[in-house]
Structure formats: C-alpha cells, structure tokens
Design a protein around this ligand. Structure first.
Ligand code: PLP
Length: 457
C-alpha cells in the first residue's frame, strides 16, 4: 500500500470510529443541540482557504464542531415532525454504497443499483398490498413522490381528453379539476405548483374532526379530466381518508386517485392496522417515504403507479444518443432525476434486516408508544386532542399560550423533542413516534420530563 492509500484507509477507520461514538452518544445527549454546541459552529472556517486542508483535519473539524450542532433525531427520544432514525443495517449499507458511489440512473451504469431498487420496490409493493402491476422508482422523498405520481396523473387524464401535455405543455390544454381534502399535506400543494396545476385553483373537500376527507362532501357533477388527491396518515392526527368511498367516487367520475402515504402507507403491512388502509390499493398512484417509518437514512422516497406507462410517459426524456442503452431494468424513465444515488441499497438492507415480522413490529411498536404517551399524559392532566389511531398524538396543556410555552420549554430542556402545531384552531404539541430506536423506557422518560415541565410552569 502506498502511503496515501494507507492514509486514506486510516481516514475511513477513524471516521467510522467517530460515527460509532456519535451514535453511542445519542443515548446520553440533549436531543436539541445545546447553546455551546451551536456556538461551536463559529469555529468552522468561514472563507474558503486558498490551499488544501488534509482530509483528516477536515473530518476532525466536522466531528468536533459539527456533531454537537446536530439534532439527535437519529436517537430514540426525538418526536418532532415525522422523522425516523436510521436502522443499523441501512446506515451501514448507505456507507458501503457511498464507497461504491454508483449512479443509479441506468442499469449499465450500475447493475447492482438497478437490481436493489427493483427488489426493494417489489418487497414494498407486496408488504403494503399494492397491485402487482404497479411499479415506480425511488426518489428523494415523499414530496417528489407526490410530484411524480401527480405527473403520471396529469399525463393520464389529459391523454384521455385528447391532449399531449408532455409535447405541448399546458397552454390551451383542457382544464384539470384537482380535488383534495382541506387537510392535504403542504407538499401536495407544492407538487401541484411544480406541475403547473396551481395550488389555489383546486376544489377543497371539508374534513371531519380527525382530518379525514368527508366523502359525502365531494363535488357531485364534475366534468372533464379530474385528479383526486387522498391521504394515508394525516401529519397531525395520523388519520386515513375513507378510501372505499373516495375510490368509488373517482370511478364514477373518471378521476385518477393519488394517495399521499408518506408514513401511513406502511400501516398496510400490519395485520393490526391494515383496516385503516382499506380500499387504498384501489388508487392509481401512491407516494411514500423510506426515510420516515422504514428508518432508512436520508433521503429516500418512493412512488408507485398502477399503470407504469403513465409514469414513464411523464418522466421520459427526449432521446439522446449517448444515453441510448435501454434495458428492462432501467428506471431512468421513472423518476424526475437522471443521476441518482443507489437509494435501493439502504432500503434493501433495511427491509432484509427487518424481514416482514420486523417491519410489522417497527410499525406496531411505534403505535403502542404513541398510545402510551397519550395514556401517561392524560393521567398527568393533559388533554389529548386526537384519536390515537397510529403513531401520532396531539397534546394540549391548557390554553394556546400555555401550550406554546410548555412546548418551548420541553425543546429547551432536552430530554426529548416535540414540535408545535395547530389543530382545529387550537395550539397543540405533536408527538410522532417514527423511530425504531424508541423504547418504552424512552417514552416513560420523555413523558415524565414533559409532565414535570408542565407542572413547574
Ligand atoms: C413528510 C410528509 C410529506 C413530505 O415528505 P418529504 O419526505 O419531506 O418530502 C408529505 N406528506 C405527508 C403526509 C408527510 O408526512
């Protein structure tokens, strides 16, 4: 080994030691970074030096001043937003795939990336019970998965109306009715913006007390191309839209049904929770995340389309001679990106390391933890604002001001981290249990800290 090879090997060994000790430290540290941890970032170079810095020194800086300024969301006591931790096998696969540094765009660029993507997609499709003809791709996250599914929808409904959107754009195209629930996730609005469908010129359907679309409030006589956006897993309550009624309505109106199932899609893998997703597989496209409940490292999202030709039509690019190596395993024409990291590798490792039983356990355990949070906090005098049907709980500590103050104090105290939201006009604290690392002890510890803070306030 030449000296520089030896140095590189040493760099990787030391980096893996740093990573291991970071991961170990997650158990003990404040969940939010401390003031001191944040101040450390000032020590990082501000202007780009004229000359090279040795790699070891670069990594030292990153670990010394970077690691303390992270949020410990890769541990067991982070309950903000909907953020999963990274399973050990998935993180390790991500490291190895980083060493491979494959471009997952085409099979000819990386046979293994293509294989792992195809296998992971099939496993996920089977786990959550989507139709066997459905296919798709890994994308950067659920926002892009929504975008991709809705791009396929746009293609399909306009083709039926005799318009070629990919060729002629939307200028002069037939109007598309876009129907979505009042509680649709903001990323759906963003996807509609990117697709030229507009996030304001939509038909909003009222929702019930849990945020489920009211099927009896769907518009009665819609004409022309129509897309219905539904949701599996409300970001606040965890509730599911009533798919059987929505899919019926769509069939009667010739509409395309898209499901935003960023985390809720995974409930379909559990025999216990599957009933929440009844009818979901009758849709035309589905979006979900790997980096949320599957506990795959960032970033990882998945889109599925029942008739994949609609996705290919929407995502296909004009021919270029140098890219002309078509293979049946290519997902080049399934995703908005061309170059892509080998996202299938870490998802494959997550799924294989869990097996079916492990995935079911991950999902069901998170829901039990959310139930326990609700019980403990209710016993402690807090109000739970939602029916805890999944992994989400909404908590009120009294009036809006008090709830807001308690949430801030919880974030600062550091035992756990929960975010703030507003639900049906009331300020609430959101608890989202999405990490396989969360133990019952973590829940007890977090609930005890939350109640103490609320009492002392
Ligand atoms: C998180 C989330 C999204 C956005 O997903 P990203 O992975 O952040 O792009 C969309 N919809 C729902 C319901 C979500 O929870």
């Amino acid at each position: 080994m030449s000296s520089s090879e030896a140095e590189t090997a040493e760099l990787f060994r030391e980096t893996s030691e740093k990573a291991i000790s970071y991961l170990k430290g997650l158990k003990k540290r404040h969940v939010a970074p401390t003031e001191e941890g944040l101040r450390g970032m000032e020590k990082l170079p501000q202007s780009l030096p004229d000359h090279p810095t040795p790699p070891q020194q670069v990594l030292d800086l990153l670990d010394t001043y970077g690691s303390p300024a992270t949020v410990a969301s890769n541990g067991g006591r982070y309950f903000g937003f909907v953020i999963g931790s990274a399973l050990p096998a998935a993180l390790a696969a991500n490291w190895l795939a980083g060493a491979w540094n494959q471009n997952g765009a085409k099979q000819i660029m990386s046979p293994i990336a293509a294989r792992l993507e195809a296998t992971s997609l099939r496993w996920i499709r089977e786990l959550v019970g989507l139709p066997s003809e459905a296919d798709g791709a890994f994308v950067s996250g659920d926002t892009m998965a929504n975008f991709s599914g809705l791009a396929a929808a746009r293609h399909a409904v306009l083709t039926r109306a005799g318009w070629d959107a990919e060729k002629d754009g939307l200028f002069g195209a037939p109007t598309i009715n876009v129907v979505l629930g009042e509680e649709a996730h903001v990323s759906v609005g963003k996807a509609l913006t990117l697709l030229g469908l507009g996030r304001e010129r939509i038909i909003r359907v009222p929702t019930d007390d849990q945020g489920r679309m009211a099927a009896d409030r769907l518009p009665s006589s819609l004409k022309g191309p129509t897309i219905l956006c539904t949701q599996a897993g409300n970001v606040n309550t965890g509730s599911f839209d009533p798919f059987p009624e929505l899919v019926d309505w769509a069939r009667n109106n010739g509409a395309w049904v898209h499901v935003d199932g960023a985390f809720g899609l995974w409930a379909a893998a559990s025999p216990l929770l599957k009933k929440l997703t009844r009818g979901m597989s009758g849709a035309d496209s589905w979006a979900t995340d790997g980096h949320k409940w599957l506990n795959v490292p960032y970033d990882s999202g998945v889109v599925f389309v029942r008739e994949p030709s609609n996705l290919v039509a929407a995502m296909g690019s004009p021919a270029a001679a140098y890219l002309n190596f078509d293979s049946s395993s290519d997902r080049f024409d399934f995703a908005p990106e061309m170059s892509r990291r080998a996202r299938g590798a870490d998802a494959w490792a997550a799924l294989l390391s869990l097996g079916k039983s492990g995935l079911i356990d991950l999902v069901e355990r998170s829901c039990r933890h959310a139930q326990r949070f609700a019980e403990l906090l209710r016993e402690g005098g807090c109000t739970i604002l939602n029916e805890v049907v999944l992994n989400q709980a909404l908590v009120s500590f009294g009036d809006d001001r008090r709830t807001r103050d308690v949430v801030k104090a919880i974030q600062k105290e550091g035992t756990c981290w929960c975010g703030e939201t507003s639900w049906k006009g009331r300020v609430a604290m959101r608890i989202s249990v999405s990490s396989g690392k969360t133990t019952e002890e973590d829940v007890n510890r977090a609930a005890t800290a939350i109640l103490k803070i609320a009492r002392d306030m």
